[in-house]
Design a protein around this ligand. Structure first.
Ligand SMILES: [Ca+2]
Ligand SMILES: [Ca+2]
Ligand SMILES: [Ca+2]
Length: 305
């Protein structure tokens, strides 16, 4: 997430208070089932490093992966922004009902904090709880084929490892160029910068391991430098099918479950979905804006909107 985004975060969509619907029970009596059109649970929150990590949501001493999951859950239930950090950082969330896949229609609106020339696309996966065990099993996940699906610049099965910064790098004030070391499975390595605007720790503080590895589909860089001034960086929007890519009110923020594909890239038809996973799709730094990191602020079942 970039510095300006905090100021411009869009929360223009009204929160859901719940939708009531009636159905006939077996005994013939009317029973009312209330379902929410918004996120009702976060199953996992695992951001990569980032200039808003440990802040959105805030880390406090003693926090664990479980307490951070609860903070992320509270945020998404209230349509508040959480950051996923650099490439691969992810969140998994769910709903209290199956979101129907209506033929030829968009089904879900994914909320982020993108605005014009500030797209930080995240890859979206969806899961239908076919075996009804209440959780997304590995074979139930399918990636959405967004507009870049066939772009030759996309790297499938990309993996990157970030290493915990040294104590001296953490304690050095101001900009630190050699802050967080990273290494990928394409033979690249380098350092992530600590910028002067964000001086809190960038490595998730509730993680005990000295390195964290993430994998997925790496999208092409979208940053364009259009001049030499502070505001000269633009983060271009992709066509469709990504999170934090269009302003929340635009059709570009909505997805069709029928965009799901299997590992070989073949379309998969799902009757609906119970879970969504989103991870940051870029490994990119854009000058003063810092690293590109997807933000998520929840999701809405469009058929209940
Ligand atoms: Ca659909
Ligand atoms: Ca399942
Ligand atoms: Ca963003």
């Amino acid at each position: 997430m970039t510095k300006r985004l905090i100021l411009f975060a869009l929360f223009s969509l009204a929160l859901c208070s719940g939708i009531s619907c009636s159905s006939d029970s077996e005994s013939g009596e009317k029973e009312t089932i209330t379902v929410k059109k918004t996120v009702t649970k976060v199953l996992e929150y695992a951001p990569a490093f980032g200039q808003f990590v440990n802040e959105l949501p805030p880390y406090e001493t003693g926090d664990t992966p479980e307490s951070m999951r609860l903070k992320a859950e509270k945020a998404l239930m209230n349509n508040e922004v959480i950051t996923l950090g650099g490439f691969g950082g992810y969140v998994v969330f769910g709903f209290d009902h199956t979101i129907e896949n209506r033929p030829g229609k968009r089904d879900v609106r994914i909320l982020g904090n993108a605005f014009t020339n500030n797209a930080e696309p995240g890859v979206i996966l969806v899961a239908y709880d076919r075996n009804k065990n209440g959780r997304p099993d590995e074979e139930e996940w399918f990636e959405l084929a967004g507009s870049e699906h066939s772009n030759p610049a996309v790297v499938k099965n990309y993996a990157i490892t970030y290493f915990r910064p040294t104590k001296s790098a953490v304690e050095t004030p101001g900009e630190v160029k050699h802050y967080i070391r990273w290494k990928d499975n394409q033979g690249n390595e380098g350092w992530k910068i600590k910028n002067q605007f964000h001086q809190q720790q960038y490595y998730p503080q509730w993680i005990k391991a000295d390195s964290i590895t993430f994998s997925g589909t790496l999208l092409p860089n979208n940053a364009v430098q259009v001049g030499q001034t502070e505001n000269s960086w633009q983060l271009k929007t992709f066509g469709w099918g990504y999170a934090d890519n269009y302003p929340n009110t635009r059709e570009g923020a909505t997805i069709d479950i029928d965009w799901a594909v299997d590992q070989a890239g073949n379309p998969v038809h799902l009757p609906g979905i119970d879970f969504i996973k989103i991870y940051t799709g870029l490994n990119q730094e854009a000058g003063w804006l810092g690293e590109t990191s997807t933000e998520v602020a929840g999701a809405i079942d469009l058929h209940l909107e």
